[in-house]
Design a protein around this ligand. Structure first.
Ligand SMILES: Cc1cc2nc3c(=O)[nH]c(=O)nc-3n(C[C@H](O)[C@H](O)[C@H](O)COP(=O)(O)OP(=O)(O)OC[C@H]3O[C@@H](n4cnc5c(N)ncnc54)[C@H](O)[C@@H]3O)c2cc1C
Length: 393
């Protein structure tokens, strides 16, 4: 079936405004902070500027003050925002808040939307999503979930340990996945809970020292010990957590791809600018065949990633699960973005390794994307299983 890839004029105009905002306002702040901001005042200032430019929170519904972009619309705008490591933070479309907003919009009750979604959309608070556990718990295989929630009068008591919880430091609340029935290994029986950060049963154990540093609020180990939450803290229905995780994860995979595609393009722009000005062996780098090959391969990787993401977004917009399309797009893009940034470093030579351009920072930031939102191997395994299991082949 043919897919029309042209964004509608309003989306194209928003993408253009986002591109200008990111280049003029965000990139100078990013360069000043070498891509890593840990200061709420800087975050608030960037978000104020995005609001003023009319590009803030474009993904949420118009009723929540956003532009109500569908997934294909997000593809155009998020890539422009992703041109800077701080663009998504400025627009309030950074992980994990953006995925959590999507989930809350789809699943939360009216009261939960007012209490959790509204301040999140406004940028007044941040959030985190607590699914992954240290071994032998949930990771590539979410069914290994060990954190338990037991029914108590008027609510639930959650016990378990999570790690790599992005943004947990400073988050106002966590969406925590816990097992409410069955045993680790079972494919059902999980429930999502909204846990306020001031709950005495939820403790931030430590910041994990990681290769990447730009995602706001760090990656933390979080303990849930005798963490009692009321019945209305259940997000959606009891035992339906895995189903809701798919509501969040499919689109969240694609929005990660969109944002990192922005960084791939930025890296290519830096490398091409260098290749045009640097002279070697009597010619410009840009005229040497092996550099041309790297520049061309970068273009191919970027174009192919964008095409796969748009295909998956189109399927999501039509209401499908797009499980195969998002797995293919995520796997390819995560690996392609790494290749693009790595080639950009190579083209720039020692400059690429230095802190004078941000390519080294970008390389560190994109590497974990081959692991989170499903490692490449998990996706390849799932893709192959779906293909091999098809009866109509
Ligand atoms: C920077 C970063 C941020 C993160 N943020 C969050 C967050 O906010 N919230 C959250 O809940 N989690 C988060 N995570 C965790 C992330 O989702 C997990 O790392 C991911 O699901 C993989 O789980 P694991 O790390 O336990 O690896 P494991 O499950 O131990 O897998 C290890 C390796 O096994 C291999 N493998 C996996 N499946 C297969 C297969 N079928 N066949 C062959 N080999 C396979 C892969 O190479 C994989 O890398 C984050 C992780 C990182 C790195």
């Amino acid at each position: 079936m043919p897919v029309d890839l042209t964004p509608d004029p309003a989306v194209a105009e928003l993408a253009k405004r986002t591109a200008a905002f990111v280049r003029e306002v965000v990139v100078p702040v990013e360069e000043r902070h070498a891509g890593v901001v840990r200061d709420d005042a800087v975050r608030a200032e960037l978000q104020r500027a995005a609001r003023e430019a009319g590009v803030f929170a474009p993904h949420v519904g118009v009723e929540h003050g956003g532009h109500g972009l569908d997934m294909r619309g997000r593809a155009a705008v998020f890539e422009e925002a992703g041109y800077s490591l701080l663009g998504p933070l400025a627009l309030n479309i950074a992980a994990p808040d953006e995925g959590n907003m999507h989930l809350l919009e789809a699943v939360a009750t009216q009261e939960q939307k007012e209490r959790y979604l509204a301040p999140l959309v406004a940028g007044e608070v941040r959030s985190c999503f607590a699914m992954t556990e240290p071994a032998p718990g949930a990771g590539s295989d979410p069914a290994a979930l060990t954190t338990r929630a037991e029914k108590v009068p008027g609510g639930w008591r959650i016990d378990g340990r999570k790690w790599f919880i992005t943004g947990a430091d400073g988050a106002a609340f966590a969406i925590c996945m816990a097992r409410t029935s069955g045993a680790p290994g079972d494919r059902g029986g999980a429930t999502m809970f909204l846990v306020d950060a001031d709950n005495p049963g939820m403790t931030l154990v430590r910041h994990i020292d990681t290769l990447d540093e730009s995602l706001y609020g760090g990656h933390l180990e979080v303990a849930f010990e005798g963490c009692v939450v009321p019945d209305d803290a259940v997000l959606g229905a009891v035992d339906e957590g895995y189903r809701y995780a798919q509501v969040r994860l499919g689109p969240a995979r694609m929005t990660h791809c969109m944002r990192w595609l922005g960084i791939a393009r930025r890296s290519q722009d830096i490398a091409v600018a260098r290749a045009r000005e640097r002279e070697l062996f009597g010619s410009r780098l840009a005229d040497l065949g092996m550099v041309q090959a790297m520049i061309a391969d970068n273009e191919i990787d970027i174009a192919a990633s964008r095409g796969l993401v748009l295909q998956a977004c189109w399927e999501l917009d039509r209401g499908g699960s797009a499980a195969q399309a998002t797995a293919i797009a995520k796997t390819f893009t995560a690996e392609a973005v790494w290749r693009v940034v790595d080639r950009a470093v190579q083209i720039c030579g020692s400059l690429g390794i230095s802190g004078d351009v941000l390519l080294g920072r970008f390389l560190r930031e994109v590497r974990p994307f081959r692991i989170y939102d499903g490692p490449s191997e998990t996706h390849r395994w799932a893709i192959a299983k779906r293909v091999a299991g098809r009866v109509d082949r």
